[in-house]
Design a protein around this ligand. Structure first.
Ligand SMILES: [Zn+2]
Length: 364
């Protein structure tokens, strides 16, 4: 086992009390998850729903790649619906702006908007060239990124906003302190949401990922398989079969580069971790800390086994029919061992902390 590049550690402050209740829920099904959320954090959910209806806030996701931002965001959508908040990915915005500028140049809407709103050290044209990668030595200035974010935000009626991909580097962390003023959320709370996960988890998520080339659906052959699998006798390997209702059910494959794992984006991941460290030190903004994994010895006094991720192993019979065998997945991080939580168990951490920050008081 290789040494991790950073040491994962858990703070249990977020769990003043465990939500263990002696029951088991089927976290694979929508109905099971609904019941799980309701019985574990029902009052918090009710409080937040009322809050989202009347007020808004600004949440910044801070996490290394593969840490599960999208998954946890989907968890929130599953609980609260999609109407109450907006999720903006800065990466998607920058790519879209790049395409818009390449196609329309100085006649494009994005250029006109930036011309009216951008202020910065770098000339606007140079900033756009940096965006299109025409000047590789120059990074897109943060001021331009902020202009794009502002333009995107103005398109929506004012709602709770989750931003993914900003702040992205150390420089941008201090900009985020004033960002809510810039986008007219001055009086709304803002909060950093930090996701902590061991490197091994990020690595396995990438290496064992399988993608459907027909519909783009992705799953994980070791951690989150589809219901149907196949066995390829020639290659002596198992494969997932896409099970999205609208998909014809193609064989899912490893996308190029995925098999190399997180090592290939090490510098990006380390930069993300630095940003998280800096964000933690900022005074004046509340922080939510989410933990993907709990120490093996302590885990089961906070959560139950069904809330932990299982690793899958496969066997097949003479006809090639595949059978799945599951057992709790032990995550090795340096010398320590952890259990990795399933997404709903992390979403609960998020709901509890968010409710507390936004004023929820538990009746005892
Ligand atoms: Zn598919």
């Amino acid at each position: 086992m290789k040494e991790p590049w950073y040491e994962y550690s858990v703070s249990y402050d977020w769990l003043q009390s465990s939500t263990k209740n002696g029951k088991t829920y089927d976290l694979d099904s929508y109905v099971g998850r609904r019941e799980y959320y309701q019985e574990k954090v029902g009052p918090e959910i009710e409080y937040l729903r009322d809050y989202f209806r009347e007020k808004t806030f600004l949440g910044y996701w801070l996490a290394p790649k593969q840490a599960g931002k999208g998954t946890y965001m989907n968890g929130l959508k599953e609980i609260f619906g999609t109407e109450l908040f907006t999720h903006i990915s800065v990466g998607d915005l920058v790519r879209a702006a790049d395409i818009e500028y390449r196609e329309g140049g100085k006649d494009s809407e994005i250029y006109a908007y930036a011309k009216a709103n951008y202020r910065g050290d770098m000339h606007l044209d140079e900033a756009f060239d940096a965006l299109s990668g025409r000047t590789t030595e120059k990074l897109v200035p943060t001021e331009l990124v902020m202009v794009m974010l502002r333009r995107a935000i103005e398109k929506y009626e004012k709602k709770t906003l989750f931003i993914d991909g900003f702040p992205r580097n150390l420089d941008q962390v201090s900009y985020s302190l004033y960002f809510r003023e810039l986008v007219n959320y001055r009086n709304d709370p803002d909060v950093f949401i930090l996701i902590n996960a061991p490197i091994t988890v990020l690595d396995e998520r990438m290496k064992q990922r399988r993608t459907c080339l027909t519909c783009g659906n992705s799953r994980n052959i070791a951690l989150l398989p589809t219901k149907e699998l196949g066995y390829d006798a020639e290659k002596d390997e198992y494969y997932l079969i896409c099970d999205l209702p609208d998909c014809k059910g193609g064989r899912m494959v490893t996308k190029e580069g995925d098999h190399l794992g997180i090592e290939t984006i090490k510098s990006r991941v380390l930069a993300d971790i630095e940003v998280m460290k800096r964000a933690r030190k900022l005074y004046g903004i509340p922080k939510i800390e989410l933990f993907n994994s709990l120490e093996k010895e302590k885990a089961l006094s906070y959560v139950d086994e069904y809330e932990c991720t299982s690793g899958c192993r496969y066997t097949h019979d003479a006809e090639g029919k595949v059978e799945i065998h599951k057992e709790l997945w032990t995550v090795q991080d340096g010398t320590q061992e952890f259990y990795s939580l399933l997404p709903p168990a992390v979403v609960i951490q998020l709901v509890k902390q968010l409710a507390a920050i936004l004023g929820f008081e538990k009746k005892s």
